[in-house]
Design a protein around this ligand. Structure first.
Ligand code: SF4
Length: 372
């Protein structure tokens, strides 16, 4: 199979959904009793039938995570470089039709923000932009990476999807990880949420992790925006995508994120609400399904929730985040992409982790390991 797209189109959304919702307690017990789980087991673990097994799932997820990752938690922080965007996305504060002042950081501003981020202790930096090829296309991102690479141990990005050659160009500059979320695998509703701009091309986005794999990226981050569609069905497709990528580009590492729709000015309400218990179930299901995958939780989630789940399978957390360009020092008042829920400083997050017996990992990479 040369891309995930072929595998994806062999599946029907409604059939998958029905199969998840028809899983029984017996299927869940069967999945929990195995030493290696497949996608049918994953369906059982995310199904409503697994809800009464949450405690058992949490214990198992905790054990598997400790065995593979120890008692550690990676911390990272986003640096929003620009809120320019040529796309309309119904759920995002930076959407083209949202009349907000647009801002793209200059070289001096990028370095000023970076200084502040370094003072907070971070070595892992996530670069974020909207999708505006003319202002924040590959040349802009490459320049930002050249400015920042000497100051940080690890650079990742969450920006527009690119061609394979463009990824190769940025990997040569020290790009380690790319986060590319499909948002939803429901192809018809994807169009409703992305009516204008390059992002409306479902197939190009769907094939992006393949291009990353072919480009030889170190780590690929996947996810769906929880709340757009039935989260169980969307997460099955995300797990299918993960399993395909792990088999096809086996040298790369993978990570899953769990963004739930958050409010922003003039924004969309979630079509499907996911409760905290359901998010715990999903985190545990991913861990039990895949012992190797990194699981990441952002500051979209509340203090209380993050404190609770840090022991249940999560391996990376953001901290002290601002989701507006210049949000740390240059222009703190500009509009955020979404509201932050956990506003604690990185030092307080580190304290919380210590109280729970976890060691904070500020750095697990070095410029010396970069592909040259
Ligand atoms: S989600 Fe990304 S592409 Fe869509 S409007 Fe927001 S910044 Fe632009």
């Amino acid at each position: 199979m040369s891309t995930f797209s072929q595998l994806f189109h062999q599946h029907d959304w409604e059939e998958v959904k029905q199969s998840i919702y028809s899983k029984t307690a017996k299927d869940v017990e069967h999945a929990l009793g195995k030493s290696k789980r497949d996608l049918e087991d994953f369906k059982a673990l995310i199904s409503p039938a697994a809800a009464p097994y949450l405690e058992q799932m949490a214990q198992l997820s905790h054990q598997i995570t400790q065995k593979r990752f120890g008692k550690t938690m990676q911390l990272y922080v986003p640096l929003y470089l620009s809120n320019e965007c040529q796309n309309i996305c119904t759920y995002c504060g930076f959407s083209l039709d949202n009349k907000i002042p647009r801002r793209t950081l200059t070289d001096a501003e990028i370095l000023k923000e970076a200084d502040h981020i370094k003072e907070m202790g971070f070595e892992h930096l996530l670069l974020v932009t909207g999708e505006a090829n003319r202002t924040v296309g590959v040349p802009y991102i490459k320049n930002a990476m050249q400015l920042l690479r000497p100051h940080f141990a690890h650079l990742s990005m969450e920006v527009q999807p690119m061609d394979q050659e463009e990824y190769e160009e940025l990997i040569a500059e020290g790009l380690n990880t790319v986060y590319i979320y499909q948002e939803t695998y429901h192809q018809e509703d994807y169009k409703k949420h992305h009516p204008k701009g390059k992002k409306s091309n479902f197939e190009y986005r769907l094939r992006t992790p393949d291009r990353l794999g072919k480009a030889g990226i170190h780590k690929i981050g996947l996810g769906v925006l929880i709340g757009l569609e039935d989260w169980r069905t969307d997460c099955f497709f995300n797990a299918l995508h993960l399993e395909y990528l792990e088999k096809t580009y086996w040298r790369a590492k993978y990570s899953i994120s769990f963004p739930r729709l958050r409010p922003f000015s003039g924004g969309l309400d979630p079509k499907v609400e996911m409760s905290d218990r359901e998010l715990v179930q999903l985190i545990c299901a991913y861990r039990i399904f895949d012992e190797e995958v990194e699981l990441s939780l952002s500051t979209r989630e509340s203090e209380k929730f993050r404190d609770h789940v840090c022991k249940l399978g999560i391996t990376a957390m953001s901290a002290g985040s601002k989701t507006n360009p210049g949000g740390y020092v240059v222009e703190p008042q500009s509009l955020e992409q979404f509201e932050i829920s956990d506003e604690r400083s990185p030092a307080l997050i580190e304290e919380m982790l210590e109280r729970n017996g976890y060691e904070t990992v500020w750095k697990d990479w070095d410029i010396a390991y970069d592909v040259k």
